[in-house]
Design a protein around this ligand. Structure first.
Ligand SMILES: Nc1ncnc2c1ncn2[C@@H]1O[C@H](COP(=O)(O)OP(=O)(O)OP(=O)(O)O)[C@@H](O)[C@H]1O
Length: 500
């Protein structure tokens, strides 16, 4: 199905988030949509899928102008969007989700829905069964269910907004096979991503946005596609995009954290009898398939999960039974992956957040909060004003806002996917800052599903496999192939920490 947009414009207040956009996405192809944080990609995708209405311009599907007034109308016209955070009901099964979300005409009976789900999952190579409870599925499987739901409802054009963020490498490979197959069958795929290698590998064409306008477009068959894409995104003077070189790690005296024979549980997964010392002045990357135990350790390190047995020491102080607030008082900050659930408050402004952080004896100093917000905007290049509600910021700018709130006095930083949703230049800039904190003695522990991020930025790596944890492995001992094997459990006992 061909999608054409003509003079499409969306204005928020005084900001032209999409400014007179003209683009054509041919049927039977995968189209990459790129751009730095705040460029207007999500806005364009929401206009195409009926989640937003344009202020001017038109959308044409297969040569006819259409009004995509809401997501239901867009889906009836054949356009469906897979959001970064799947729009599903975790308490229900996959089949029940399909039945709840699909209109009667698409899936008239339970038996029909069961058959459709099984057939589509088989055809696309997705590992999902009708009676799986959604709450127990990984993000990657929930995304698969969303794709099945949209196809079952008649989508012939699929929009995917950063679909490989937070899913495993194996799931990303399975997704690419499915998307290629869907395009081969005549469907249109719009693929929004910050990962240039994925866009270069998967897409037939690419369109690049900057400050709401189209600044480049073309076929992907080009020499050195990644360099070319970088130039289109950031301009010819985009500079050196190689990861920063690693400064020497300070020798550790007292460990930042020490775990003595810790047993901790979260859901069905248990970390057993874990002994671990994490050094100050070093970056430790946690790597493993989603749900292998990384989240339990991250949460133990900031007091959000308490151990069932064993001791947790922070710079020598016993905080085994302390909660998150006590960890914060002791200099530990946590940056969650789910920004708008655990990190930020959507309706509050940036200045409101600084006001809450800065309360002294319960009194809010508005002027100081606005000054802090202005400083954060300039230092972290956040595209916002001190009075913009956080939920009106683009995903990448929300991430920058959250990072800007980490106090300078932080001794230990626990981050879940610290560069989630950031464009490549911003991700490097964030790591520049995290490394500067490390060089000043701060301990940084982070989890990421992106093996390149783990290998590029860690000083030490901890590998997780089904609740088992490796010893602290110096980065230099691992390459991508070996890390991939360990994540899959190959020869895991060779690196495993011995139980106490
Ligand atoms: N509902 C809204 N109200 C006000 N401003 C908004 C709203 N939605 C988006 N914006 C603004 O429009 C601009 C474009 O945002 P958009 O989310 O489309 O960017 P993006 O290219 O998807 O960025 P990212 O890569 O960071 O997700 C940003 O400056 C953002 O703050």
């Amino acid at each position: 199905m061909e999608i054409r947009v003509q003079n499409l414009t969306k204005i928020f207040g005084s900001l032209r988030a999409n400014d007179d956009i003209n683009l054509c996405f041919a049927g039977g192809q995968i189209h990459g949509v790129l751009g730095e944080n705040g460029a207007g990609k999500s806005t364009l995708m929401k206009l195409l899928s009926g989640f937003l209405r344009p202020d001017a311009g038109e959308v044409w599907l297969e040569g006819k102008p259409v009004a995509l007034g809401d997501p239901g109308a867009a889906l009836r016209a054949g356009v469906g969007m897979v959001h970064q955070d799947p729009l599903d009901l975790p308490g229900f099964t996959a089949l029940e989700n399909l039945l709840c979300a699909a209109p009667r005409w698409a899936l008239p009976s339970r038996t029909e829905a069961r058959n459709t789900l099984t057939i589509l999952a088989g055809r696309l190579g997705f590992s999902i069964a009708p009676d799986d409870r959604v709450a127990s599925l990984t993000v990657g499987q929930r995304q698969q269910l969303e794709i099945i739901r949209l196809l079952a409802c008649g989508a012939r054009a699929l929009i995917l907004d950063e679909p490989t963020t937070g899913i495993s490498a194996a799931q990303a490979r399975a997704l690419f096979v499915a998307l290629r197959r869907l395009a081969h069958e005549g469907n249109t795929v719009l693929f929004v991503s910050h990962k240039l290698d994925e866009v270069a590998d998967l897409c037939h064409t690419v369109s690049v946005l900057r400050t709401g306008k189209v600044v480049g477009e073309g076929q992907m068959a080009m020499p050195q596609p990644q360099e070319h894409l970088l130039q289109m995104m950031f301009g010819p003077s985009s500079g050196d995009h190689a990861p920063p070189t690693r400064a020497p790690v300070q020798p550790a005296n007292l460990p930042a954290w020490r775990l003595d024979a810790v047993t901790a549980r979260d859901g069905n997964l248990t970390l057993k009898q874990l002994n671990l010392s994490l050094p100050p002045g070093a970056v430790v990357g946690l790597s493993g398939l989603e749900g292998s135990g990384q989240q339990i350790l991250l949460r133990l390190l900031c007091g959000r999960v308490q151990p069932e047995a064993g001791r947790v020491l922070l710079a020598g102080a016993d905080l085994t039974t302390a909660g998150a607030e006590a960890f914060r008082r002791n200099g530990v900050e946590y940056l969650p992956a789910d920004r708008l659930v655990e990190g930020l408050v959507g309706p509050l402004t940036l200045a409101d957040h600084f006001a809450l952080l800065d309360r002294q004896e319960g009194i809010i100093n508005r002027r100081r909060a606005e000054a802090s917000a202005r400083q954060a905007i300039s230092e972290y290049q956040i595209k916002a004003t001190p009075v913009s509600p956080i939920m009106s910021l683009s995903g990448g700018n929300q991430q920058r806002a959250m990072l800007s709130m980490v106090p300078a006095t932080t001794r230990a930083l626990v981050c879940e996917q610290p560069t989630r949703g950031l464009d490549i230049a911003s991700a490097r800039a964030v790591w520049g800052r995290l490394h500067a904190r490390r060089d000043a003695g701060c301990a940084v522990v982070f989890a990421s599903a992106d093996l390149d991020e783990i290998l590029d930025y860690s000083d030490y790596i901890l590998v997780f496999f089904a609740g088992r944890v490796s010893r602290l492995i110096p980065r230099a001992e691992l390459n991508a192939a070996r890390l991939g094997e360990l994540i899959g459990g190959v020869d895991f006992n060779e690196v495993e920490e011995q139980a106490a």
